[in-house]
Write a protein of this length. Structure first.
Length: 163
């Protein structure tokens, strides 16, 4: 039983570290960059920032995934994936899968592509619209993540729709 508590603690710490970072990027960093005079300068800053954040997000994602699947195993909760009342279980796995693909496949591939196609400037064409577009995508993911967190906390503590 202690292992389950430890897994839950690590799971929540991983979620806080990871989604908290996404929230900061979405609500503070991207709006600030969109208002900077030089979009190219803003993108240079953002690229360095993103690379560093991606590293810590990868670690949190791994921690959340390992602790999450351990809890499914320890609680023997596999059948929840067949019941819609546990929509937040599906949502957790989908968000985790999406971010994992972004962080482990697309982000490194994109970085390599930029390095090959724009080796001198280190980036492709950028305007302040670019940051607004990036912010919209982040906001969508942030809202989905927050809804999932709300559903997961409520559901884990016994509040299930229809019960
Ligand atoms: C591979 C992906 C994941 C798996 C397999 C997983 C699995 C689980 C399990 C089994 C629980 C415990 C449920 C219970 O006690 O009844 C849980 C709790 C929770 N998960 Fe996940 N999870 C995953 C990803 C995520 C993600 C991406 C988030 C955030 C967006 C998240 C947020 C939470 C929260 C907030 C709790 C509630 C903790 C509590 O209040 O006790 N999980 N997760």
């Amino acid at each position: 039983m202690d292992e389950l508590v430890i897994a839950r603690v690590l799971h929540v710490l991983g979620v806080v570290f990871w989604i908290g970072g996404v929230a900061m990027v979405t609500t503070v960093l991207l709006p600030t960059l969109a208002r900077m005079q030089s979009a190219a300068e803003a993108m240079r800053f953002f690229s360095g920032f993103r690379q560093r954040f991606a590293m810590q997000a990868r670690i949190s994602t791994l921690l959340v995934g390992v602790s999450g699947f351990y809890m499914v195993y320890a609680l023997d909760a596999w059948q929840r994936f067949t019941q819609w009342q546990y929509w937040w279980m599906h949502a957790m796995v989908l968000i985790w899968l999406f971010f994992s693909v972004m962080l482990f496949v697309l982000e490194p591939r994109n970085r390599r592509r930029v390095a090959v196609s724009a080796p001198l400037s280190g980036q492709l064409e950028v305007t302040s619209e670019t940051f607004i577009r990036i912010q919209r995508k982040h906001l969508f993911l942030l809202i989905l993540s927050l809804l999932t967190i709300a559903g997961a906390v409520a559901g884990s503590h016994g509040w299930l729709i229809g019960f």
